[in-house]
Design a protein around this ligand. Structure first.
Ligand code: ZN
Length: 183
């Protein structure tokens, strides 16, 4: 397994409309495994292929404290319900977080790594991560969704450490708050 180098804004690959995947071959399986490894190494909740420089419609998501990794090939959001204010960050925009509106609930259709159709109904953090990663695959960053530049906050390195400590100490609380992701 390989931890792949991340691409950071304003890398143009993050602005690419990614290509739908036709063949889920061994090269794709290797990419999926390396993306999961890369997401873990960076303590992310999700990662889109374009964030490692690959312009394909593929993302992985793993919620804190959950074993299951969602592998999403050609994901599409087929339904969104209601809005809520959330805070989020992005591995491709280090040092910042933003406050923006996301859907309360989403329905997503995708293929899993075996090419089987999966339909996911999600709320909370999973819904937020699904929107964040699907946005990546359309060349959209969360910063595009900020109502104003006042909604973007710079975070200091010690805040990141504190945030990580908090994450380790009290994942339940973080889950309850349900509004905190880096993907
Ligand atoms: Zn992101």
């Amino acid at each position: 397994l390989t931890v792949l180098p991340l691409r950071y804004a304003p890398d143009p690959v993050l602005r690419t409309k990614t290509a739908r995947i036709r063949d889920i071959d061994s090269r794709m399986q290797k990419l999926i495994d390396d993306m999961i490894e890369t997401m873990h190494a960076n303590q992310g909740v999700g990662l889109a292929a374009c964030q490692v420089g690959v312009p394909w419609r593929l993302a992985v998501i793993q919620l804190p404290e959950e074993e299951f990794v969602h592998v999403l090939i050609n994901p599409d959001i087929v339904r969104r319900e209601n809005e809520r204010e959330v805070e989020e960050g992005c591995l491709s925009i280090p040092g910042y977080r933003g406050s923006l509106k996301r859907s309360e609930r989403v329905k997503v259709r995708a293929l899993d790594r075996n090419g089987k159709v999966v339909r996911i109904k999600a709320d909370g953090l999973l819904a937020q991560a699904l929107e964040h990663e699907t946005d990546h695959l359309d060349g959209t960053l969360y910063t595009d969704r900020l109502a104003s530049s006042d909604d973007l906050f710079k975070i200091e390195p010690q805040d990141i450490e504190e945030a990580n400590d908090m994450l380790a100490d009290d994942l339940d609380q973080r889950r309850e708050a349900n509004n905190d992701i880096d993907g």
